[in-house]
Design a protein around this ligand. Structure first.
Ligand code: NAD
Length: 340
């Protein structure tokens, strides 16, 4: 099948070319991010392959449909960037990679947590400057502390396993509590209890109308002074301006972000020679107790291998009129309504 592959990076080409030895699709790699302005690049391609910062809103999907696209294969688990209602109305199948490596994202979550606690991001720069002072590097033992996990699906469950391994108490909130977490000794509590009890809050829910700005000014004020917040889920789970207020007041002890509300124009590209136009993001970067990574939590060899194999199988399944259970449209209703 002819596939227009948007937002292609060298690592995508490497892993997809490898996996495509089995599937033999005709992959056309494009540097461009998919938006309504670039969607005509897919003309004549029945399949389109996209990542998290491609924008599949109604105008883009309408152009894709007019150009002959019948399947949009997401290289991601999250699908908040796709207007599924519109895709369904246009008769476009949308498939995703529901699970690739929850370990990749969970381990990166823990990496942010450990770095921020022991300030290794600061120690690294300091030692290289010949400054061996310990002032400002004081951390806490995570052993015995309380980690609050919001969303105990695939990724949240792995985080719970690791946190329990550290000897942490783990409290969690999920609309569908998991028996596996229960067996691990995870205590399910209300969101308000989670905010009040946690030394570290970590977010692992999808972005939906219910979870947008889950961490807002009210939630932050309900948290313990000195709390650490980690977000490797989706940027808009957190109200970034409220986060900045919490950092400025000193109420928040540390913040680790792998995702950002307005990341689509920033992440995955080299902007090091450009003037930063996003004042909110620029302010975030001024805090010594904030660590930002550019949506790299998924980025392991195992995850890239699984993403490429599953994505290409999703396209093959569509071509062969076989359903493999990874389709978001049609005919199932949206599991998570689109955020507007
Ligand atoms: P999952 O579907 O296995 O788990 C999500 C959990 O969230 C489920 O247990 C679900 O019941 C719960 N949930 C849904 N709505 C909720 C709500 N309103 N309140 C509380 N809990 C709710 O998903 P996953 O594989 O664990 O991934 C979680 C999210 O992580 C994805 O949706 C995606 O946005 C994000 N993600 C980020 C990266 C990255 O590189 N940073 C990579 C993969 C996934």
């Amino acid at each position: 099948m002819r596939v227009a592959f948007f937002s292609a990076h060298p690592f995508d080409r490497q892993y997809f070319d490898e996996a495509n030895r089995v599937h033999r699709h005709d992959l056309h790699y494009l540097d461009a991010r998919l938006t309504a302005a670039t969607a005509t690049l897919a003309n004549g391609h029945p399949a389109v392959c996209v990542f998290v910062n491609d924008r599949l809103d109604a105008p883009a999907l309408t152009i894709l449909a007019a150009g002959g696209t019948r399947i949009v294969a997401l290289r991601s688990a999250g699908f908040n960037h796709v207007d599924l209602t519109c895709a369904r109305a246009l008769g476009i199948t949308v498939s995703r990679v529901p699970a690739y490596s929850p370990h990749a994202v969970a381990e990166h979550t823990i990496a942010l947590m450990l770095s921020l606690n022991r300030k290794t991001h600061r120690a690294y720069a300091r030692v290289r400057e010949g400054n061996f002072s310990l002032d400002g590097l004081l951390g806490i033992d995570l052993f015995g502390r309380t980690i609050g996990i919001v969303g105990t699906g695939r990724i949240g469950t792995v985080v719970a396993h690791i946190a329990r391994g550290f000897g942490c108490r783990v409290v969690a909130y999920d609309i569908a509590p998991s028996a596996e977490c229960g067996a691990l000794g995870v205590e399910y509590v209300s969101l308000d209890q989670l905010w009040a009890q946690s030394d570290v809050v970590t977010l692992h829910t999808p972005l939906t109308q219910d979870t947008r700005h889950l961490v807002n000014a009210r939630a932050i004020s309900a948290m313990k002074p000195g709390v650490m917040i980690i977000n490797t889920g989706r940027g808009a789970l957190v109200d970034t301006r409220a986060l900045i207020d919490g950092l400025k007041s000193g109420h928040l002890g540390a913040v680790g972000l792998d995702v950002y509300e307005e990341e689509e124009n920033l992440f995955f590209e080299d902007h090091s020679s450009h003037i930063m136009q996003d004042d909110v993001f620029a302010r975030l970067l001024t805090f010594p107790n904030v660590l930002v990574t550019a949506h790299q939590a998924f980025f392991t060899q195992e995850a890239l291998r699984a993403i490429s194999e599953t994505t290409l199988d999703n396209i093959s399944a569509f071509e062969q009129h076989r359903r493999n259970g990874h389709e978001l449209t049609p005919p199932e209703p949206d599991p998570h309504p689109r955020v507007t």
